[in-house]
Ligand binder design. Structure first.
Ligand code: GRF
Length: 206
């Protein structure tokens, strides 16, 4: 028996990747998975609005509201336990996941990055900066990567990638749009792989 995925989604912004995964679940394209809660550090994030519109608990949890980082982590963990979460999706989450959560959810936190890791990843490589760097480097391809989140930024085991061609006249903006369209296919596909047991969670890290 494959344990159902009880998912928490962490995000800071518009939430289009969350929307793509949620639609896939709602349309039956991802069996055995349920979004239990959406967490954001940003009270006005679109991702929280999407959750609310779909009757999914939406939690604004910002480190700034806690006296210590430990108190913040404790509250985050308590929230995950409250919703019986066993899998975490980062979808445009702009904060570091506390190391205690990474170790409690070892191999059970995934992220989507808008480039072909290990290229164009790491600290400071987010949003338009990624696409600007790809265009400046005159790469022939970019794409999206879904990877396991570990203690090193953008360095966890790669689960799946999808490529897109960079046209000679692409700007960072036009490339961002192409990559985002690919992300919306890739993230639901990656979640489906976990949900159906296509990724052995205990054996992800070699
Ligand atoms: C995506 O490009 C994702 O790759 C990156 O942050 C962006 C989030 O966009 N990690 P959205 O909030 O899912 O629309």
């Amino acid at each position: 028996m494959i344990r159902p995925l009880n998912i928490a989604v962490f995000g800071s912004g518009r939430g289009s990747n969350f929307q793509a995964v949620l639609s896939a679940i709602q349309q039956g394209r991802i069996p055995n998975a349920d979004v239990r809660v959406v967490v954001s550090n940003n009270s006005s994030a679109g991702i929280l609005a999407i959750a609310r519109a779909n009757g999914i608990p939406a939690e604004h949890i910002s480190e700034k509201k806690f006296p210590t980082p430990e108190a913040f982590t404790e509250h985050l963990l308590a929230t995950l336990r409250l919703y019986d979460v066993n899998f975490i999706l980062l979808a445009g989450y702009m904060k570091r996941v506390p190391v205690r959560i990474i170790s409690e959810y070892r191999n059970r936190i995934i992220n989507i990055h808008p480039a072909l890791l290990p290229k164009f990843g790491g600290q400071g490589m987010y949003g338009m900066r990624v696409h600007e760097a790809v265009v400046a480097a005159r790469e022939h391809f970019s794409g999206a990567t879904v990877h396991i989140v570990d203690e090193e930024y953008d360095r966890g085991k790669i689960i799946v990638q999808k490529k897109v061609a960079v046209a000679p006249d692409d700007t960072a903006e036009s490339l961002a749009a192409k990559v985002l369209a690919i992300e919306h296919e890739l993230y639901p596909e990656a979640v489906r792989m976990f949900a159906v047991g296509g990724v052995l969670l205990d054996e992800v890290v070699e």
